[in-house]
Design a protein around this ligand. Structure first.
Ligand code: FES
Ligand SMILES: [Fe+2]
Length: 362
């Protein structure tokens, strides 16, 4: 994707003052907006991208489409309308739009008086998620993610991650990539410490490697269920490697224990919400490699779910407090000292776009 990156006019984080929370998610990427299973044939869903209302509908053919959620006639939401074949009929006077947004029927006037339609968005389904492309449609086909982590790999058991977080998407990227916050999870994880092993970066991506050590106690059962082993106590002989990557605009976390495929693979996509993009709908997959003993991971799955849910709840709470602090202060007072996060902030700034209002004004 590097070859097609358009660098925005946003200053580097070294420029002062700089507020990463005023950097918008760049529209020239695919964003997840709904689970495929939540949009049944002949049904609609109302969604948004950064305050821009979007109507999703699934035509009778089974294909999902996305159009502006605003009837060209009197501006009411189109997702309240009715699907007819592969068209969407507004619920008020029945103006009908095809999947390109063109108005194809106004029931009470002749065909020669059909007005302009509404905007349509490129829309496709990847690994059980519906994505839309809110930016320049000419770039859409070159920027689609090929797959979402290991969600479709039969060698893994996968759960959906699904939550709304009242925080700017950049807080989500920073939270996941900065494993120095294990102290936050002390009630779930015990006395565990991250050791950064190195980092790499490019124009639109960065990644960091960690290993972990435990100073006292034993690991929780959830950790055992995911890793297949306890992390050793005492610091030495670490066997685990975690790599966290932001490949704009998505994130990916993998953990290896020994040789072979990762034992854990998490994929995350962030949908910015509201004109200020100060809340985020998170879509993700958490995949755990199936151990050699059949049925073991299925038996342990309630523990995996309970354990990971508690950790993600702590993360949600803390980033929402970060957003609240930002809102109270009016700008970004953060003092970031960890090189991997400074590098991430530069990627997010470089790849982002100026915040715009839904009406298109800066
Ligand atoms: S408002 Fe949609 S058809 Fe009139
Ligand atoms: Fe966390």
């Amino acid at each position: 994707m590097t070859g097609t990156l358009t660098l925005s006019a946003i200053p580097s984080i070294d420029a002062e003052p700089f507020d990463l929370r005023r950097v918008g998610a760049h529209p020239d990427y695919w964003y997840p907006v709904a689970w495929s299973t939540d949009l049944k044939p002949g049904k609609t869903l109302g969604r948004e991208f950064a305050g821009e209302p979007i109507a999703l509908y699934r035509g009778k053919s089974g294909k999902a489409f996305a159009v502006e959620d605003r009837c060209a006639h009197r501006q009411v939401p189109l997702h309240l309308g009715v699907v007819a074949g592969d068209t969407l009929k507004c619920g008020y006077h029945g103006w009908t739009y095809d999947c390109t947004g063109r108005c194809v029927d106004v029931p009470y006037v002749g065909a020669e008086r059909i007005p302009n339609g509404v905007r349509a968005y490129p829309c496709q389904e990847i690994d059980g998620l519906i994505f839309i492309f809110p930016g320049d449609p000419a770039l859409a086909s070159s920027r689609a993610p090929a797959s979402l982590g290991s969600a479709m790999n039969g060698g893994y058991k996968t759960r959906r991650l699904n939550r709304e977080v009242n925080a700017h998407y950049t807080f989500m990227h920073e939270n996941l990539m900065d494993m120095n916050h294990q102290f936050l999870h002390r009630r779930q994880m015990g006395a565990i410490k991250a050791h950064c092993l190195g980092r790499r970066s490019g124009d639109d991506w960065c990644e960091v490697d960690y290993t972990f050590s435990r100073s006292t106690g034993v690991g929780p059962l959830g950790e055992l269920a995911i890793l297949g082993t306890f992390r050793p106590n005492g610091g030495g002989d670490n066997k685990d490697l975690m790599t966290i990557r932001t490949g704009y605009p998505y994130q990916d976390l993998r953990v290896w224990v020994g040789k072979g495929d990762p034992v854990l693979h998490v994929w995350l996509g962030y949908l910015p919400m509201g004109e200020k993009q100060d809340s985020t709908r998170v879509f993700g997959y958490l995949s755990v490699r199936r151990p050699g003993i059949p049925g073991l991971i299925d038996a342990a799955w309630p523990i995996v779910t309970w354990f990971t849910e508690r950790i993600f709840t702590e993360d949600k709470h803390i980033v929402e407090l970060e957003q609240a602090a930002h809102d109270a202060q009016g700008t970004d007072w953060n003092q970031e000292v960890f090189p991997a996060i400074r590098s991430l902030r530069n990627v997010l700034s470089r790849c982002g776009a100026p915040l715009t209002t839904a009406s298109g004004r800066n």
